[in-house]
Design a protein around this ligand. Structure first.
Ligand SMILES: Nc1ncnc2c1ncn2[C@@H]1O[C@H](COP(=O)(O)OP(=O)(O)OP(=O)(O)O)[C@@H](O)[C@H]1O
Length: 649
């Protein structure tokens, strides 16, 4: 082992202790820096494999500032700190570190953490190289003559989606010679997991009720960046203050972040990909890095295709009605919903399912974590082997070890027979460890060993047994908090956290409620022989305003009960079992006298809700309030009104 390590630590004695410890373990220390500036100098002299990084350093810059640069330089780093309160942990977490060490730490902790950091980093680096190659292979054939131009672009979007997520993608070709400003985008609106609707010029004119010359005028005002650029929600809102095609897209499709990725062609022409997302922070530097790697390939395939195919992009294409393009495959069988948050989860599943990587599914109780685990297994090469499920919370601590790893005959009182544990039962397949946050600490060490060594030991067994099992774990606990409170091992957390999938609560993806409702009605019709056709508008509105503490499970139970109780063809009434919490203020709140700002804020939110969050255009909130849209936007900013406060409520 000759990996190189840079220590960034302002306490000289501590830094020196760590140096001695690392050298003893055969690491090579490239230097000790006490400030960010010195660390950068040392990195310029020799790029280390890992940086051990204290958070509070000499000078004004902190370890967290340095971490951001390390991420860009693709250097693994592990934080060291004596002060890990929740705020620091949250801020440090945004830099995606490869490990954390809390002072004082034992030699063993440092060495294990470093090993994990190197493993995680190498994995993510290898994974990104693999995905680049995979992407290139998928993109090349799309641009051959077999596909029409729109098909080629749409399929390119489908292939890019898991890597550069979007709800709307547009492309545009800008010829250098006659830099026409006439509007000629082709857009692709995501309407399902693998379903896109083409939005050409004609369709955009219909949707926005604008004339071609009005689109052209907006196009003329649209500034085109010469280099790739990402816009967070705030930056995007600022950009859209000057009316442009982007303002129109943001407004029409409720987009919140944006990324522009230009491809330079050899004759000087530019070809643009514009990505839009409904998430506020969908685009990061890593998307630009990935796109830059794909540039040469995209430039050559697009250029050769443009030469033969189109001189002017067609202005009119067929727009399928929603639902007309039934390209959605059934690969996510049993999972209903099409919100962009759920589609993002589907993207993650398709990425991780074929690999052998451990997966950690995070989400509140009843969000569908087990369903996701089923899906990952079914889409993996292990699908014909067993998927063994263990609920760690349901087993008493005394039994769980034998349940997981098995025991030999006579290993303990009562062990009258040899028993094969769940890990061995899952051989060649997958084990799903539900409620992993409940696993006792002693057992966490053993699980860590399984992950590291890929072997288990039966209780009372003489030698370890090699196993080939993929681990999918799930929890509804905040594991970081559990780590901070000493109830969950940091090293295990890092091993499991290699590929986290976050399942958002139902209240954050209310768009899924109508689809889920229909899904459950059909399901319980089949089970009970009823013929309920749906719910009334009033019931749907109630379902949309409810806060769903029990998530999808609660909705499922509600529909199951309602299907049984309903006499007619429609569910006309629903009865919640947990207290109804809608947006109404609490009585105490009503008694309090509100300030003018609070009143203004409430009024704007009410109007925005009425317009489904729409600010601009006819019927938009600005029109109803009789103020210019830009004034409304600045008021919203001043009063901290975020769009998520009004979405679907
Ligand atoms: N998107 C979905 N489409 C259809 N059914 C769903 C969906 N999500 C969850 N369900 C159903 O809701 C119920 C709860 O889901 P599941 O048991 O997977 O949740 P969980 O997150 O694992 O819950 P817990 O943390 O309590 O174990 C199940 O009956 C599941 O089939």
């Amino acid at each position: 082992m000759n990996e190189t390590i840079l220590i960034v630590e302002d306490q000289f004695v501590e830094a020196n202790d760590i140096r001695l410890m690392l050298e003893k373990a055969n690491y090579r220390v490239t230097g000790i820096a006490r400030s960010v500036a010195r660390a950068l100098e040392l990195i310029a002299e020799e790029k280390p494999d890992v940086v051990l990084l204290d958070i509070f350093l000499k000078g004004t810059l902190t370890g967290i500032d340095l971490a951001k640069q390390l991420r860009e330089l693709n250097i693994a780093f592990v934080y060291l700190s004596a002060n890990f309160n929740q705020n620091i942990l949250s801020e440090a977490k945004t830099t995606q570190p490869d490990g954390f060490l809390v002072k004082p730490f034992r030699e063993k902790d440092v060495l294990i953490t470093l090993e994990i950091a190197l493993y995680r980093h190498q994995f993510s680096h290898e994974a990104s190289l693999r995905r680049e190659i995979q992407l290139q292979k998928q993109l090349i054939p799309l641009f051959d003559e077999k596909n029409s131009w729109e098909e080629a672009l749409m399929k390119a979007g489908q292939v890019l989606q898991p890597f550069i997520p979007f709800e709307y993608m547009a492309t545009q070709s800008i010829p250098l010679a006659h830099n026409s400003l006439s509007y000629q985008d082709t857009g692709f609106l995501r309407i399902g997991f693998d379903e896109y609707q083409i939005v050409g010029v004609r369709e955009l004119m219909i949707i926005t009720n604008l004339k071609k010359h009005e689109l052209d005028a907006l196009q003329a005002k649209t500034h085109l960046e010469p280099v790739a650029h990402c816009y967070t929600e705030e930056q995007f809102t600022n950009l859209c203050e000057v009316p442009s095609i982007r303002t129109l897209i943001m407004d029409t499709f409720q987009m919140r972040s944006h990324c522009v990725l230009p491809v330079s062609l050899s004759n000087g022409d530019q070809f643009y990909f514009f990505f839009y997302s409904r998430r506020p922070d969908a685009y990061k530097a890593e998307h630009i890095v990935l796109f830059n790697c794909l540039q040469p390939l995209l430039s050559s395939v697009i250029e050769s295709r443009l030469k033969t195919e189109i001189k002017v992009l067609p202005e009119s294409v067929h727009t399928p009605l929603p639902g007309e393009t039934q390209t959605d495959t059934d690969i996510f069988e049993g999972i209903a919903g099409r919100s962009h948050l759920l589609l993002k989860v589907f993207d993650h599943i398709t990425l991780v399912a074929p690999a052998d990587t451990s997966v950690l599914i995070l989400g509140e109780s009843g969000t569908g974590k087990e369903r996701i685990a089923d899906c990952i297994h079914t889409l993996s090469p292990r699908k014909d082997k067993p998927l063994v499920k263990v609920n760690c919370a349901a087993l008493p601590a005394t039994l769980i070890e034998s349940e997981l790893f098995g025991h030999e005959k006579g290993a303990f009182t009562g062990a009258i027979e040899k028993r094969i544990g769940k890990f061995e039962q899952a051989s060649g397949g997958t084990i799903f460890l539900d409620e992993i946050g409940e696993m006792p600490l002693e057992l966490q060490v053993k699980l860590l060993r399984v992950l590291q060594e890929k072997e288990i030991e039966r209780i009372g067994g003489r030698s370890p047994i090699k196993i080939n099992v993929r681990i999918i774990a799930a929890t509804n606990r905040n594991l970081e908090k559990e780590v901070a409170q000493g109830r969950f091992r940091l090293d295990l957390y890092y091993r499991l956290h290699v590929f986290p999938i976050i399942l958002p609560p139902l209240r954050e993806r209310k768009e899924d409620i109508p689809v889920l409702t229909t899904y459950f009605i059909k399901h319980y019709n089949r089970k009970t022989g009823r013929k309920i056709s749906g719910v009334t508008d009033k019931v749907l509105a109630t379902l949309m305003t409810y806060h769903w503490p029990g998530n999808v499970r609660e909705l499922e139970h509600l529909i199951e009960r309602s299907v049984l109780l309903t006499k007619g063809p429609l569910i006309e009434e629903v009865e919640f079992h947990s207290p109804q919490q809608t947006e109404k203020a609490l009585p105490n709140e009503e008694l309090r006298i509100k300030t003018i700002d609070e009143n203004e804020r409430d009024h704007i939110i009410t109007v925005l809700k009425k317009c489904n969050g729409r600010i601009w255009g006819s019927g938009g909130a600005a029109e109803l309030l009789n103020i210019p849209p830009t004034t409304l936007q600045s008021k919203m900013k001043k009063l901290s009104i975020k769009k998520e406060y009004v979405d679907y409520k």
